[in-house]
Write a protein that binds this ligand. Structure first.
Ligand code: NAP
Length: 334
């Protein structure tokens, strides 16, 4: 294998990305070395390039987390259920947690990824589609963790547990719908009308137009008619006030727990019986690994049906187009 590895680097905060050759990363005992076939971008990638957050103390950095590729080799200490060399995997490259450590950024031909951050790609799914999954899926599981919902939650229909997902058409909320459905919730989602059938195909029980004046009342009515207790919510659109109005009506005896994928401004409520939290990754490596391991990148290992996160998110293997791709993402691809 050639030691030359094509990579997209960020030379300094806010600068244009450059394509260079750098050495192939040297694998640690718990790592996989992956040949990257596709990467996907997230809003945080624009933010990190432009604002330098999450922090990058040392440049040049190789960024981006979402990748689909093939395992070249596995570290000496990986567990026995780790996918073998040659397996196609969807993987979360953890440069965010490693101050932009160049070996762990997805924008290179060969990347290092801790073995627990990778899951086999279901048969028939392309690398490009698989590359969309990691950040969105992981963020949802981190959201569950943030509000104390265990990864092994498994309700059955008779439990009549509901979840509200706001902004269901976003990549992150479309993952939330599927994971909520897999964990047994009856899902009430909001989106523009053009996305309603799509969200139902992902597992939403009912979908509502968030632009309608009656959206809160309509969700409450539907959930009450079905008799579900709905005290949990996922907000992927910064509409926590509306989410809380719904949950307040439907919570039964329980405490409302709402997790927001959008940073909360200072006016976020602090009300008795209501917790609203910004999704956050567990602070220490061990806890993060536990969430990764128990969720196993969710659908890929746990159930092969979790495959569909909004299609417009991915920009295929565009090594030399990354600056343009990030700028395009910043303008909005929804
Ligand atoms: N992607 C990730 O992994 C990730 C991780 C952590 C945090 N986040 C944050 O989550 C937010 C969403 O990111 P994303 O990547 O999922 O975005 P995205 O896929 O670009 O989502 C855009 C969609 O959001 C919906 N939307 C916008 N405003 C809305 C509103 N007021 N009410 C309901 N829906 C609304 C629109 O749906 P309609 O077309 O139906 O109108 C639009 O299509 C961003 O702020 C991002 O920083 C994302």
């Amino acid at each position: 294998m050639s030691d030359q590895n094509l990579a997209v680097i960020l030379p300094s905060k806010g600068s244009r990305l450059e394509v260079i050759h750098r050495p192939t990363p040297t694998q640690g005992p718990d790592d996989l070395l992956i040949e990257v076939k596709a990467t996907a971008l997230n809003p945080i990638d624009c933010y990190q390039r432009d604002v330098g957050f999450p922090p990058i103390p040392a440049y040049s950095a190789v960024r981006d987390s979402d990748t689909g590729g093939t395992i070249i080799s596995t570290g000496s200490s990986v567990s026995s259920d780790t996918p073998k060399s040659g397996t196609r995997v969807s993987a979360f490259a953890p440069c965010f947690y490693m101050q932009g450590a160049p070996d762990y950024g997805a924008l290179q031909a060969r990347v290092l990824v801790p073995a627990v951050n990778a899951a086999p790609i279901p048969q028939g799914m392309s690398f490009t589609k698989a590359s969309i999954l990691p950040a969105a899926v992981t963020t949802v599981w981190y959201g569950w963790h943030t509000i104390g919902l265990p990864c092994d939650t498994a309700y059955i229909a008779a439990d009549k547990k509901g979840m509200v997902v706001w902004g269901g058409a976003s990549s992150i909320s479309s993952a939330a719908i599927q994971i909520a459905k897999l964990t047994g919730f009856t899902v009430y989602a909001t989106a523009s009308v053009k996305h309603h059938e799509y969200l139902k195909s992902l597992g939403a029980s009912k979908v509502f137009d968030y632009k309608s004046k009656n959206v809160v009342a309509s969700i409450v009515k539907a959930a009450k008619e079905y008799g579900v207790t709905t005290s949990t919510g996922f907000d992927g659109a910064g509409q926590w006030k509306e989410c809380l109005e719904v949950l307040k009506e439907l919570k039964g005896e329980g405490t409302v727990k709402l997790v927001s994928a959008i940073p909360l401004k200072e006016d976020a409520p602090k009300m008795e019986g209501m917790e609203v939290k910004f999704v956050s990754a567990p602070a220490d490596d061990k806890a993060r690994t536990e969430v990764f391991t128990s969720s196993s990148m969710s659908g890929c290992r746990r159930k092969e049906s979790l495959c569909r996160v909004r299609r417009s998110r991915w920009l295929r293997e565009a090594w030399r187009m990354q600056t343009k791709a990030l700028d395009e993402l910043k303008r909005g691809v929804g």
